[in-house]
Write a protein that binds this ligand. Structure first.
Ligand code: ACO
Length: 438
């Protein structure tokens, strides 16, 4: 009888001068496998160089899968299209954080635990008045989330699974309340308390837009649309803000500190800040005598570094599957709100021109998730400055799930990249009186 053949372990070969190294290949269940280069420095004295980490996997992860060429996004194996259509944000959050869809009892316990913790400490209200009312909400949110650690010091140990679970619940529960209070304070309106009988997303809307002297009723279709937007933003594997959360957490900083750092990364206009930048861009085109074609030409000429905001993605080289869902949601929401489609028309014209232009086609630049979201948020009544906090609220479960995976992974070490030093070699200090003036 023939002996059973063991599967061969894939290896890659790396030649450095006259030395050849066998590098193990870590097999992916789908997508790119990873060449393990962790011993290259020790064995060759060289580091690897990959600015922007475009070819570097920083970890093994079982949370989110993206095929950028095919425009596929799945959370824990489930296609984003199915989750957006059939699930709810809190159910998706559970899936991302715990790995499986909850059964009825698990879901009910999860939802109830989050509901129970939605109040902010009364003293925390003073925090919102410590910033200028027109300060950017992302800066206030970043400070507020880091500040949660001071109110819940007994929960901050990230190595204790029970405390980690409490951090998870407290963040999921209190961040929406905090975002609503930031919006209310910016508008000079009174803060409301959370209402236990309302669903997560519904109560977020009520806290943001409701007033103490009148009841707050909202079209369930609008609640559903916002809930769907949160699902679409819930995770996106090792993007800039998620990698930031993991890097900070790898030093065993607590989840509040790590998520707060992620908020800082997300605020950048090349990342989550793009949803705000898209609306400003559309407004500029609308209010100028520039045509959409003129604007596209400006982008192609790279005039003053102008980019078509909401277009392009490091991983998607195809239509972002989230953008496709958001686009159809935008039509529905505008119709329900009975609002004018002027900005949507402008966005669609921009998209049409860009998608048939060689500049964008050659570079595989397609609309990303941020291209249409601002139009919906604006139709719902959110001020432009609140768009990126909405992204942050959607991304919260992804950051938490990635933090938990990182902290529980025995392979995790403190993140500490190397560099290729290209500065001066050793030179001696020159006293000031002997330095030549420049
Ligand atoms: N408009 C015009 N040109 C663009 C755009 C754009 N939006 N995006 C990329 N390009 C061009 C670049 O100028 C470059 O051209 P070149 O080859 O002539 O130099 C080429 O396409 C490759 O671009 P890179 O910047 O190298 O791509 P990278 O993967 O580093 O950047 C990014 C990805 C940051 C998303 C980029 O496409 C961008 O700035 N987009 C606009 C901002 C945006 O929408 N960000 C949201 C991303 S999604 C998210 O974070 C949720």
């Amino acid at each position: 009888m023939a002996a059973k053949k063991e599967p061969t372990q894939a290896v890659a070969k790396l030649c450095v001068n006259d030395q050849t190294l066998d590098l193990p290949v870590v097999q992916a269940s789908e997508g790119s496998s990873g060449i393990d280069i962790s011993k290259v420095l020790k064995q060759t004295g060289n580091v690897t160089l990959d600015p922007g980490f475009s070819t570097t996997a920083s970890c093994k992860s079982a949370i989110t899968y993206i095929d950028g060429e095919a425009g596929i996004l799945r959370y824990r194996g489930y296609p984003i299209e199915q989750l957006a259509k059939q699930s709810s944000f809190l159910e998706v959050a559970y899936l991302l954080i715990y790995g499986e869809l909850p059964d009825a009892k698990q879901l009910s316990t999860w939802v109830t635990r989050i509901k129970t913790h939605r109040l902010l400490h009364e003293d925390f209200k003073a925090f919102f008045t410590a910033f200028p009312a027109n300060g950017h909400p992302m800066s206030i949110l970043q400070a507020g989330i880091a500040g949660l650690a001071t109110y819940y010091e007994d929960t901050i140990d990230p190595l204790d699974p029970e405390k980690r679970d409490l951090q998870t619940i407290l963040l999921m529960a209190k961040v929406p309340t905090m975002i609503s209070y930031i919006a209310k304070r910016a508008a000079g309106l009174p803060l409301l308390y959370p209402a236990a009988e309302r669903s997560y997303t519904e109560d977020f809307l009520r806290l943001t837009f409701g007033l103490p002297y009148q009841s707050y009723d909202i079209d369930p279709a609008i609640i559903h649309a916002l809930d769907t937007l949160f699902i679409l933003h819930a995770d996106h594997e090792q993007n800039c803000s998620t990698s930031t959360v993991r890097v900070v957490g790898s030093a065993h900083a607590n989840t509040y500190a790590s998520v707060s750092a992620g908020i800082g990364a997300l605020s950048g206009p090349l990342h989550g800040g793009a949803n705000e930048a898209v609306l400003r861009m559309l407004g500029q085109i609308k209010n100028s005598d520039m045509t959409v074609k003129d604007f596209v030409q400006k982008v192609k000429n790279k005039e003053d570094g102008v980019r078509l905001m909401g277009f392009g993605h490091r991983v998607y080289k195809n239509y972002d599957p989230r953008a496709a869902i958001v686009k159809s949601l935008t039509h529905d929401v505008l119709e329900r709100m009975g609002q004018s489609d002027e900005l949507l028309d402008l966005a669609m014209e921009l998209e049409d021109i860009a998608l048939s232009d060689d500049y964008f086609v050659e570079r595989k630049l397609y609309p990303n998730v941020d291209f249409y979201t601002g139009i919906i948020y604006s139709a719902m009544g959110f001020p432009t400055k609140m768009f990126t906090p909405l992204f942050a609220l959607g991304r919260l479960p992804g950051w938490i799930a990635q933090f938990r995976e990182m902290i529980s992974d025995p392979m995790t070490r403190i993140a500490r990249p190397r560099q290729v030093y290209v500065g001066e070699t050793k030179r001696d200090y020159v006293p000031l009186r002997r330095r030549q003036s420049k």
